[in-house]
Design a protein around this ligand. Structure first.
Ligand code: XMP
Length: 246
C-alpha cells in the first residue's frame, strides 16, 4: 500500500488540493447523513475530508468507520483533526483506534515534544498512515503562542521555527500553517526545502485567499464554512476547485 503522503498527493493531482473541513454546529442531529451527502456530492472537487473532535465525539466507532469507508469509496483521504498531544503510549493507543476506524492521518500538536512526536510518526508510518504536525495556526491569536521566543540549550529560536525543524527532521507527512499568514507559509516552504507538505486552513471565512495561499507554497487547502454554509455547496466547491486549479 502507498504511503499517506503519496495517496493524498495523487488524489490532489487527479482532482484538486481542496480538503473539506466537515464541521457542524452542536445540535445538528443528522450529521451522519449530511456528511454522506457531502462526500457524494463534493468528492469530485476534493482530495480529502477532515473531521474534528466536535464531529467525532457524538458518533460511535461504527458510524465513523462507515463514513471513512464511504470517503475512500469516493476517492478521498480522511484526516482526524484531534491535535493529538500526549505521552507516547496514549498517543499510540489513540492512533491505533483511529487507524482501526479507517482514518488515513491525524493532526498532532508537537508541543508534546520531539520524542513523542517521533514515536507517533513511526506508528503511523508502520500502518501506512500519516501525521500532520501543527506549525503555525490560522487564528490571529496564534502569534501570541506560535511566535514565542524559545531557547534550547544555547540556541535561540521561535516556537514555530522549532516545530518546523522537528516536523522536517522527524519525517512528518506535513505541517499546518494558516492561510491567514501567507508570509509564514512562504517561509516554511523555503526552509523545509520541499520535504514537507503544507496544509492551510483559514481560507474564506477566516480571511485567507486561496490563490495567494497557493502562490505562497501551500500544497493543501482546508475549507469548511465557506463551502458548508453557502447556498449551494456544490457550486462553491466547484468555484474553489477552479481557482485552485488555475
Ligand atoms: P473554516 O470553516 O474556517 O474551517 O474554513 C477551518 C477548519 O480548520 C480547522 N483549523 C485548524 N486546524 N490548525 C488546525 O489543525 C489550525 O491552525 C486551524 N485553523 C483552523 C478548524 O477547526 C476547522 O475545522
Amino acid at each position: 500500500m502507498a504511503s499517506f503522503k503519496s495517496r493524498i498527493k495523487k488524489l490532489s493531482s487527479d482532482k484538486s488540493p481542496l480538503i473539506l473541513a466537515n464541521d457542524y454546529e452542536s445540535g445538528v442531529s443528522d450529521m451522519e447523513s449530511r456528511t454522506v451527502r457531502n462526500i457524494k456530492t463534493l468528492s469530485p472537487y476534493l482530495c480529502a475530508i477532515k473531521f474534528n473532535f466536535h464531529f467525532l465525539l457524538p458518533l460511535g466507532q461504527k458510524q465513523i468507520a462507515k463514513i471513512n469507508k464511504i470517503a475512500h469509496d469516493h476517492h478521498m483521504q480522511t484526516i482526524a483533526d484531534i491535535k493529538l498531544n500526549d505521552i507516547g503510549n496514549t498517543n499510540n493507543v489513540t492512533a491505533e483506534t483511529l487507524w482501526g476506524m479507517g482514518f488515513d492521518s491525524v493532526i498532532a500538536n508537537p508541543i508534546m515534544g520531539p520524542g513523542n512526536l517521533e514515536k507517533l510518526i513511526s506508528h503511523a508510518h508502520k500502518n501506512n498512515n500519516g501525521v500532520i504536525s501543527l506549525c503555525h495556526m490560522s487564528s490571529p491569536e496564534a502569534q501570541l503562542t506560535y511566535e514565542l521566543p524559545v531557547q534550547l540549550k544555547s540556541k535561540k529560536t521561535i516556537l514555530y521555527h522549532l516545530f518546523l525543524e522537528w516536523a522536517t527532521s522527524l519525517g512528518a507527512d506535513g505541517i499546518i500553517v494558516g492561510a491567514t499568514f501567507p508570509d509564514i507559509v512562504s517561509f516554511c516552504k523555503k526552509k523545509s526545502k520541499g520535504k514537507l507538505s503544507i496544509y492551510s486552513p483559514g481560507i474564506g471565512t477566516q480571511g485567507g485567499d486561496i490563490q495567494k495561499t497557493i502562490q505562497s507554497g501551500s500544497d493543501y487547502l482546508i475549507v469548511g464554512r465557506t463551502i458548508l454554509n453557502s447556498k449551494n455547496p456544490k457550486e462553491t466547491a466547484k468555484s474553489l476547485f477552479d481557482l485552485a486549479k488555475n
